[in-house]
Design a protein. Structure first.
Length: 169
């Protein structure tokens, strides 16, 4: 009978290790969770940068001359002004679309007109921004121009979430 009791009880040192093993696993999982949350927050913050802020980070990686910096500042002012104008123009249109959609029988023609107008505002923004960018690039030395374009292209691909990058053609 005493032999049976001894066989049923665990070894003396095995049981006290279990809480330590569980604690280590818990800490490791918590660190992974916290790291993932911080990474996601970093990615979300980076995605919220405005185009002007993204261009600022690219330009910050170059050593612009005073004339190049002045041209860059003009470009950023134009970009911000046009972005503000587009946002102010499109916000009422989008609000009208939502209020129309909330009706029991929305007016499809009114919704389509507002969408077309918002798209035209966006197109005008893109054209004017493109003109301002070209004027800035013309003020750069050939080395700075090619480096700026390289950095901007690489920065854009880093801004795209990996899943969307895989889906891109």
């Amino acid at each position: 009978m005493s032999a049976e009791v001894g066989a049923a009880t665990p070894r003396r040192g095995a049981l006290p290790r279990l809480p330590w093993i569980l604690l280590i696993l818990s800490v490791a999982l918590n660190l992974c969770f916290i790291g993932g949350a911080l990474w996601a927050r970093h990615e979300a913050w980076h995605a919220r940068l405005t185009p002007a802020e993204r261009f600022e980070t690219v330009a910050g990686e170059l050593s612009l001359t005073p004339d190049e910096r002045a041209a860059f500042d003009r470009f950023i002012r134009t970009l911000r002004m046009r972005m503000r104008h587009m946002r102010e123009s499109n916000e009422p249109l989008i609000a009208e679309i939502w209020s129309e959609l909330a009706k029991p029988t929305p007016d499809d023609a009114a919704i389509d007109r507002n969408i077309d107008e918002a798209a035209a505002n966006r197109h005008a923004f893109q054209v004017e921004t493109s003109h301002a960018l070209r004027a800035f690039l013309a003020a750069l030395s050939p080395e700075h121009r090619s480096r700026f374009i390289e950095l901007a292209k690489n920065r854009q691909s880093r801004d795209v979430p990996p899943l969307l990058r895989q889906l891109a053609p």
